[in-house]
Design a binder for this molecule. Sequence first.
Ligand code: NAD
Ligand code: DAU
Length: 358
Amino acid sequence: MAILVTGGAGFIGSNFVLDWLAQGFETVVNLDKLTYAGNLQNLASVAGNPAHLFVHGDFGDAALVARLLQKHQPRAVINFAAESHVDRSISGPGEFIQTNIVGTFTLLEAVRVYWGTQSEANKTAFRFLHVSTDEVYGSLAKTDAAFTETHRYEPNSPYSASKAASDHLVRAYHHTYGLPVLTTNCSNNYGPYHFPEKLIPLLIVNAQAGKPLPVYGDGQQIRDWLYVKDHCSAIRRVLEVGRVGQVYNVGGWNEKPNLDIVHTVCALLDELAPRLDGKPYTDQISFVADRPGHDQRYAIDARKIEQELGWKPAETFETGIRKTVQWYLDHPDWVANVQSGGYRDWVAQQYEKTKASA
Ligand code: NAD
Ligand code: DAU
């Protein structure tokens, strides 16, 4: 038995693969294109594990995906692969359309064909789990109710529009072809292996490097934050007991204005790694031009997954953010390699020997 994961060398995907293998579940075939966001160093601890079969490739390569499905006969496909950074989608939307929409479509087609060849029992047991985002629902005003699964789709950035399109394709493959799909729409994740172009890891590495801590606009935009391991446990729960065809919103009930996040990270660094000059890290805060079309507020109503599937996050924001800051302080080599681009050599240095043949 195996599962096929796409994008398993990225932030959430690698946390998912590590947790999955640590819990002794079945083999993971991990298909990742290793874009700038894919980092095999995240998976260094499982490099010799025969239950982890890494395949360097594109989930939009129909022939490759078909071969992998035939060879490994997975009972489930979990789709993490995406272009994920909103700012990059604003400066270069084309890659987001190609990866998030065309790539997901190509994957769905290959999976549909594979699924159609399975026995009735395997067809019933099979799952395609699509990992999506709360950003598809658009932006909330301060007093609006949090996003439920029936909230209207109103994506505002090329990133969220491309994720919305992929969600619709997944839904259509269930409705039209009967493919047993599940979709999760999660809020902002944070934790180990987060690429330092996103707010929280950027703050930690910039603070330590003595660089400015950029706050877009007035810093009063609100996000709901979830520790990445809790997102991974939610995905496992949905995979095992989620109702086919359903959507589950995943969130931490942790709405915070960005400026609060900045102050929290600074306070933790003041405590755990104080500046040599004794001054507070908040001195490095720098208000910069706002993100075009910046969504004001996201908030997740997670009652469906909690009440129906019995999932709850294990971390509070306070415990999760402390662990996260400590993880970055404990892993200066990982940070240095990401910043220098040295992580891109990891495949050649460490991983070729265990790479699965496609
Ligand atoms: P990430 O950018 O860190 O990782 C994306 C991974 O996908 C990388 O390893 C990259 O190499 C891989 N990839 C990109 N294009 C590919 C292709 N064509 N074929 C195969 N692999 C490819 O992203 P992340 O933050 O880990 O997000 C993972 C998923 O979760 C995404 O679908 C994202 O939309 C969703 N999501 C993210 C968050 C968050 O806060 N980060 C929250 C909710 C949902
Ligand atoms: O809500 C889920 C989404 O969360 C995921 O779907 C995305 O893949 C993920 O990247 C994340 O999107 P955001 O745009 O919310 O994350 P980001 O870390 O880029 O920004 C968080 C907030 O902080 C946002 O309001 C913009 C702001 N920000 C960001 C950066 C990078 C700053 O103020 N300064 C910064 O330098």
